[in-house]
Write a protein that binds this ligand. Sequence first.
Ligand code: PMP
Length: 464
Amino acid sequence: MTRNLQFDTAALTEQDHAHIIHPWIDLGQAKTQDLLIVAESEGAYIYDSDGHRMLDGMGGMWCVQIGYGRNEMAEAIAEQVRRMAYYSPFGKISTPPAIEFATRIAKYAPGDLKHVFFTTGGSTAVDSALRFVQFYFGFTGRPSKQHIITREYAYHGSTYLTASVSGKPADRAYLKFETETVHHLPVPNPYRRPEGMTEAEFCDKCVADLENKILELGPDNVACFIAEPLLASGGVIVPPKGYQRRTLEVCRKYGVLYISDEVVTGFGRLGEIFASEPVFDLVPDIITTAKGLTSGYVPLGAFLVSDRLYDAVTVPEAKGKYFTNGFTYSAHPVSCAAGLKNLDIIERENLCQHVRDIGPYFMKKFRELSDLPLVGDVRGSHLMLCLEFVKDKKTKEPMPAEWNFGNRIINETMPRGLLARPMGHLVVLSPPLIITKAQIDEAADALRGAIKAVTDSLMRDGLW
Ligand code: PMP
């Protein structure tokens, strides 16, 4: 399927190489590599600048829940721009879309997480949440509670502090991080658990890792534990059953706050607006969200905090004290108007139910690829999925980085009409929530063809 588009891909590529610095670019190829220039989009599909159509297996970047080209989103955004495009949300100033949106989100929040702090995206949501925790303990007379516990392979953002609490080894070269107060636990990845250990024993070990770390640091020094319910960018790692609930219990036992980072898992990706409580039996102290909050149409993020924490810092004695954290574009009225429309669509089209219904089919279709020789693990939940490729399925021996396997796979899926996300030896999928069974079949066929083609080429080159 193609569209006749009037873009000059070669000229755009040249200008891009000359002027754009891309996030997460391979710097050695930054000025020479071919680009995928995404020019148009509709439903679950995107079109490159040559008019070639691809199913968007990644939902942009885990975020385009309602799919592309929604006229009513365009109208809602335009209407807010015409009415009142921007005003600062600082201090006592507010706007109707921000008030209405916070009220709607709070209704979906678990427990008493009724207070919403809007930011500009996921990193600023997590950063702000961590700073709120710091403020909370300082203000309530426990300033020694400064330490943050996180996990290897976590991803929480790209600011100094959120990058510090992230833990993907490959992201840590050359840059400086906060190390004094940030502590990483081993990743709770059942696929790579020690040999001979059952999944239940592995869960015990992961929970004990947290408890031991709190005891080592001293509970009076530990502020919070931050965790994605499933580790998204770390490779859709699904912790062992019961892990989320049990780590919360450990936190409660020692007075450590729990931040559930739902930037990816929220807004329908796991079949709920917030997955923490319905999917993982977890009522944390703080939830962070972004991405699906507006389906990526415009940027927005937020953290939600409990009555308990918010009430403790909004007492009369706090007069003259400020939570000095916020952004020019916090609670941007246009973003909040888009968020409201996004939620209207998710509710009206029952997209969370659709994800609960179609999720098992999605997982099943891609699990079928496990019959291929290099597919080591297919893991995920609902509409979040990762294939881990290995050199040897029996020993789980990882692939050499030089194979550049994920990229090779994507180079083969694109001509077959599928765009997924390569991450080293992993390939990740997180499609728009509107995806149909026929589109899932289409994606699984494209991926199977690509894996076979790459495997053949490795054999031809004598590498495997
Ligand atoms: N938290 C999680 C769990 C994420 O996956 C991401 C982004 N992938 C972020 C935070 C950061 O969000 P953003 O890129 O919007 O700053």
